[in-house]
Design a protein around this ligand. Structure first.
Ligand SMILES: [Mn+2]
Length: 431
């Protein structure tokens, strides 16, 4: 039988998902830690590999010790081994929480920024686990440059576990050059730090960010969960994502063209939300909360009314999908609606405010610009400059600057605002 490894990182025990009810215990990441332990035991997985940032911070020691220790204890009872490395969030607290005398099945690899290997053996099969742990909060050198393990047996499967920032040269969180993975006899590198699941290299070696197993905010959209590695042989490793996150974030665009009254807008929005969630039903078995960012698109003549009609959805809407225990809710609504104008070209010829806006909308859509838009951009830039030079923000200046991206974001933003204001203007004229 092939050996199996469940791998995950960035659980951040001590944190909770945003935008769900305060009293929902399933929103806390320790809930997902328990789910991970349950999954491993129930499915007879051989090894649990943890890639760092398991605990959110040093100050979460008391919150993390209970769930972690009881999870380790249950894994020990089921004869399951755990290999882990520490990340930038738990470099200090994780070693304290791993009591290797109490739990002989738990192994923290590479304490204090060294490389370390341990061989896992079962039923005559072996996996060499290698790892490096954060020694301090900030690390600005690539840990792979100090890679040194002389005793690796090239005939055995080797799995590397590591926390760091691949492809970000100037990162303070262990910048890693992807090419440095290639030069060692390691078949799979399983990484932590980035919360979005991502395959960086499919094979020889596999390089994989499993992502956070519990989606924490709307920045972490789509399916989240650990990955299961089935090691058939050194050159045949299968990987499958296990969707264990109880929370899922999504974005949905709904076209409200021709929905002119409150009732039809409400009906369209709720039925589209339900339809979208329903279409993902097969993936929602373990999801208790699906939380949407809603974008209204299309043409409409009453943008102000539209806002009033849909805004209560954020506080009040809470619908269960039939057949699964998933609740649908909305976190945020964005209006990306175009004004309903009979003839934009005609309107653009007018020198009225509506005419100037129409002219600018047409130009921006064609990748061009107008004097009006140029002036706005100019003003925007000079405000950004004075913010960057202001003493108030001095402390931030070393890490971040307020920049505007002249090509993409700013144009899209201007276009959206022109549409919004024009719709409002026309709405007023029609009243
Ligand atoms: Mn991290």
């Amino acid at each position: 039988m092939a050996l199996t490894v469940l791998a995950t990182g960035d659980i951040h025990i001590g944190k909770k998902s945003s935008n769900i009810k305060d009293d929902a215990v399933e929103g806390a990441t320790k809930y997902t830690w328990d789910r991970i332990v349950d999954y491993v035991i129930k499915n007879n997985v051989d090894v649990l590999a943890l890639t760092g940032d398991i605990v959110d911070q040093d100050n979460r020691y008391f919150e993390a010790i209970g769930p972690l220790q009881s999870g380790f204890e249950r894994l020990k009872q089921s004869n399951i081994s755990v290999y882990m490395v520490a990340g930038n969030h738990d470099f200090e607290v994780l070693p304290q929480l791993v009591d290797s005398e109490k739990h002989s099945n738990i192994r923290l690899l590479g304490a204090n920024g060294t490389w370390e290997m341990d061989t896992f053996s079962k039923n005559g099969k072996n996996i060499q686990f290698i790892g490096w742990s954060f020694p301090k909060k900030y690390v600005s050198e690539d840990p792979l440059l100090s890679f040194k393990i002389s005793e690796i047996d090239p005939n055995l499967t080797t799995i590397g576990i590591l926390h760091g920032d691949v492809g970000v040269d100037n990162s303070n969180y262990a910048p890693i050059d992807i090419n440095n993975f290639m030069s060692h006899s390691v078949q799979a590198w399983i990484l932590g730090h980035i919360h979005k699941p991502e395959i960086l290299n499919k094979s020889e070696p596999i390089v994989y960010y499993p992502g956070s197993p519990h989606a924490l905010s709307a920045k972490e959209q789509g399916i989240h969960g650990p990955i299961l590695l089935t090691i058939n042989s050194q050159t045949d490793i299968e990987i499958k994502q296990i969707p264990l996150s109880p929370v899922r974030y999504e974005t949905l665009s709904v076209d409200i063209t021709d929905k002119t009254d409150e009732a039809s807008v409400r009906e369209t929005v709720t039925s589209k939300l339900y339809e979208d969630a329903q279409s993902k039903k097969i993936e929602l078995e373990n999801v208790l909360f699906i939380i949407y960012d809603l974008i209204l698109i299309g043409e409409h003549s009453k943008i102000k009314d539209l806002e009033t009609w849909v805004n209560p959805i954020i506080a009040d809407y809470d619908q269960e999908i039939e057949g699964v225990a998933t609740q649908i809710s909305v976190r945020k609504i964005e209006l990306d609606v175009q004004p309903k104008v009979e003839n934009m070209e005609e309107l653009a010829k007018e020198s009225s405010p509506a005419g100037v806006l129409a002219k600018t909308i047409i130009a921006l859509q064609q990748g061009k610009t107008t004097e009006f838009a140029d002036n706005l951009l100019q003003e925007w830039k000079s405000i950004c400059n004075s913010i960057n030079q202001s003493g108030t923000y001095h402390a931030l200046r070393t890490t971040e600057r307020f920049e505007i991206d002249e090509n993409q974001d700013s144009t899209q933003y201007l276009l959206k605002e022109c549409n919004r204001i024009l719709t409002e203007l026309i709405g007023q004229q029609n009243q």
